[in-house]
Write a protein that binds this ligand. Structure first.
Ligand code: SF4
Ligand code: FES
Length: 253
């Protein structure tokens, strides 16, 4: 198939950037979206044109690097699918495809379609871990965990930190990402020890880094390639409120 591509080109983080038009021919419907961009880049290099810079790593839907807005949708038209797992059979011969980077104040564009998502790492560094040494793995049933809690924790842990939730939210809110990272730990006994400090630290870092607030649009949930549910945001809000009230009630030494 032949596609008309409109791609955001931006030399560096200071450059103003603009949309550029390209035509790509002989795209097989079985190619992934990134393979289609590889084909374009081979053509551009052969013509002496700077190839389009875009992020990718695993190409298996697990690393979260392949962050693209495709026709205005984070990761494109297929539900619960990363850009690398999107296939060209989702498009038709002659289609125009608009490709842009994820846009958010906290995710500056580095070049073309590549963005800097260090802000997510900074939020994790603010508390998204268990700091106690838990020693060797224990026998399976030494700490009893309800199956429903284990399932909810595993569902939250499926977040790959891609940033689609931020890109698709009109407020550039990172609440779905942060709530998934808070929930996956807070739902299990090992993570509960530090849960109050964790939620306060991670929310404070999220606000400091320039992400917006959640206004219940649910665009984040709709665009998440891993099906993370906004019920995690409600859980995080409850935990945050409870931690804030308790920390105010604790006498200062
Ligand atoms: S919550 Fe979903 S959309 Fe947001 S970073 Fe995690 S996997 Fe990506
Ligand atoms: S390249 Fe790893 S999730 Fe797409």
């Amino acid at each position: 198939m032949t596609l008309n591509l409109k791609i955001w080109r931006q030399k560096n983080s200071k450059d103003k950037g603009s949309m550029e038009d390209y035509v790509i021919e002989n795209v097989t419907p079985d190619a992934s979206f990134l393979e289609m961009l590889d084909l374009l880049n081979e053509k551009l290099v052969a013509e002496g044109i700077d190839p389009v810079a875009f992020d990718h790593d695993c190409r298996e839907g697990i690393c979260g690097m392949c962050s693209l807005m495709i026709n205005g949708q984070a990761h494109g038209p297929e539900a619960e699918t990363t850009t690398c797992q999107l296939h060209m059979r989702k498009f038709k011969d002659g289609d125009t495809v608009v490709i842009e980077p994820f846009r958010a104040k906290a995710f500056p564009v580095l070049k073309d379609l590549m963005i800097d998502r260090t802000a997510f790492d900074d939020i994790i560094a603010a508390g998204g871990f268990v700091s106690v040494n838990t020693g060797n793995a224990q026998d399976a049933n030494s700490i009893l965990i309800p199956q429903s809690d284990a399932e909810l924790s595993m569902d939250a842990a499926a977040c790959i930190g891609c940033g689609a939730c931020v890109a698709s939210c009109k407020n550039a809110s990172a609440m779905l990402f942060v709530s998934a990272k808070v929930s996956q730990l807070a739902l299990l006994p090992q993570g509960q020890v530090e849960s109050e400090q964790r939620v306060q630290n991670m929310v404070a870092k999220m606000d400091e880094l320039g992400f917006g607030n959640c206004t219940n649009e649910a665009e984040c949930e709709a665009s998440c390639p891993k099906g993370i549910e906004i019920s995690n945001i409600a859980r995080m809000n409850r935990d945050f409120l409870s931690a804030a009230v308790k920390s105010k009630a604790t006498p200062k030494k």
